[in-house]
Design a binder for this molecule. Structure first.
Ligand code: SF4
Length: 407
């Protein structure tokens, strides 16, 4: 039985998922693509259609689209292979996007990627109304493949503390519920992080899980008050990791972030932020960093609601830690989400700067979130040492800066 996200989706055929990234292929899919594509696509376009990239330490074939678009994408934004041979002829990754599937001991959770504009805009009916189609997709393209991600019987909470899946399951829902509450985004995010941090500390005192969770719940509001009561403080290395993640969202990047040494180099970055062009065929836009900083921090109420939905949905779909998030623990996965929110909020300011606007509009938030999700969430791997660097990063304070939280 699939546990479907309470979310809306219907593909609008915008073709956005066929641009700006390299799609990993399964063994045999490169040859199948060439066979299908050769009679349909000019030799000139087909040249360079396939590439290679290193994912999780393994070289894989890819549909090369990072610097442009997939060779099979027609001018009317349809897929030449889908049009001629049906959806099942496409590589598995193309069939599955924007769905995510995470198998747990209690069932399979189905979520959606916010790299897809239709997901961001809540196009179409609820997933529940499309259960038959999604179950068919699962059976044909996902079950038994590497696209079925897993959360096992043991869940790593953080710093080597673990819980059984049955123990952790109510915690997942509680973390997501923190994001769905009313209030400022920074408070919601902080509540989820405080619950995980306090739980980790209580487990470290050898308190059994149920009692540790109860004790953690009791301390959340005080910790949130304390964390948000002090001015935000961000050290140099936190800024370095922020800039490194920001760079990995740039259009045209094939996904390699390099060694963590690159994080230090990013302290002295190019002074520009690269954004996706407004139209499908438009070149990336470069915005000077100083122009971005002139835009007032903050997302507005609708932008905050959208970003809370992005994080809450990922918590419910279990794509924020483990297999789906570079092998991070639950606490590490939350840290990455918070840092990603900070990057997305900065990108939203960059999109506003590109329009010459002094404040962020909802459309800037949407475009920034899609760039973020395509650049970070869909990466296959992070460099060694990433988890440690993340744990030492002032993610919440970076987010507070970008939201203009000065309380
Ligand atoms: S990005 Fe989303 S809406 Fe656009 S073509 Fe891909 S799946 Fe459809």
């Amino acid at each position: 039985m699939l546990e479907l996200a309470r979310a809306h989706y219907r593909c609008t055929g915008c073709g956005d998922c066929c641009r700006g990234w390299d799609v990993p292929l399964e063994p045999g899919e490169a040859a199948a693509f060439t066979n299908f594509a050769t009679p349909l696509i000019s030799a000139e376009r087909l040249r360079g259609a396939l590439g290679r990239s290193r994912q999780a330490g393994i070289d894989v074939d890819t549909l090369a689209g990072a610097a442009g678009q997939c060779a099979a994408l027609n001018d009317d934004q349809t897929c030449a292979i889908h049009a001629a041979h049906g959806g099942k002829a496409k590589p598995r990754a193309c069939q599955i996007f924007p769905f995510t599937f995470v198998a747990t001991p209690a069932g399979v959770r189905v979520g959606l990627s916010f790299a897809c504009p239709a997901v961001v805009d809540e196009e179409g009916p609820l997933l529940d109304a499309q259960r038959g189609e999604i179950e068919a997709l699962f059976a044909i393209a996902v079950d038994g493949t590497r696209y079925l991600l897993r959360v096992g019987d043991e869940v790593e909470i953080g710093e080597g503390r673990t819980a059984s899946y049955a123990q952790a399951e109510p915690l997942f829902d509680e973390l997501a519920a923190a994001l769905e509450r009313d209030g400022r985004l920074v408070e919601r995010v902080c509540r989820a992080g405080a619950l995980a941090a306090l739980l980790q500390a209580r487990l470290g005192e050898q308190i059994p899980f149920a009692r540790a969770l109860d004790a953690a719940r009791g301390g959340v509001e005080a910790l949130v008050g304390e964390a948000l009561g002090e001015p935000a403080e961000v050290d140099r290395l936190s800024r370095a990791l922020f800039r490194t993640l920001l760079k990995s969202t740039e259009p045209g990047r094939a996904g390699a972030m390099g060694r963590m040494g690159g994080a230090l180099a990013s302290l002295f970055g190019s002074g520009e932020v690269r954004l996706r062009g407004a139209r499908p065929d438009a070149a990336p836009i470069a915005v000077p960093w100083k122009d971005v900083e002139r835009v007032t921090p903050g997302l507005g109420a609708d932008g905050e609601a959208l970003y809370a939905r992005w994080m809450g949905d990922s918590l419910r779909a279990l794509t924020f830690f483990g297999d789906a998030a570079f092998g991070l623990s639950l606490a590490g996965g939350l840290d990455l989400k918070v840092l990603s929110l900070a990057v997305a909020a900065f990108l939203a300011r960059a999109y506003a700067a590109a329009r010459g606007a002094p404040v962020v509009a909802l459309d800037d938030c949407k475009r920034a979130l899609r760039q973020l999700d395509a650049g970070i969430t869909h990466r296959a791997s992070m460099p060694a040492g990433f988890g440690r660097a993340l744990a030492a990063t002032a993610s919440l304070d970076l987010l507070r800066e970008q939201l203009g939280d000065r309380s």
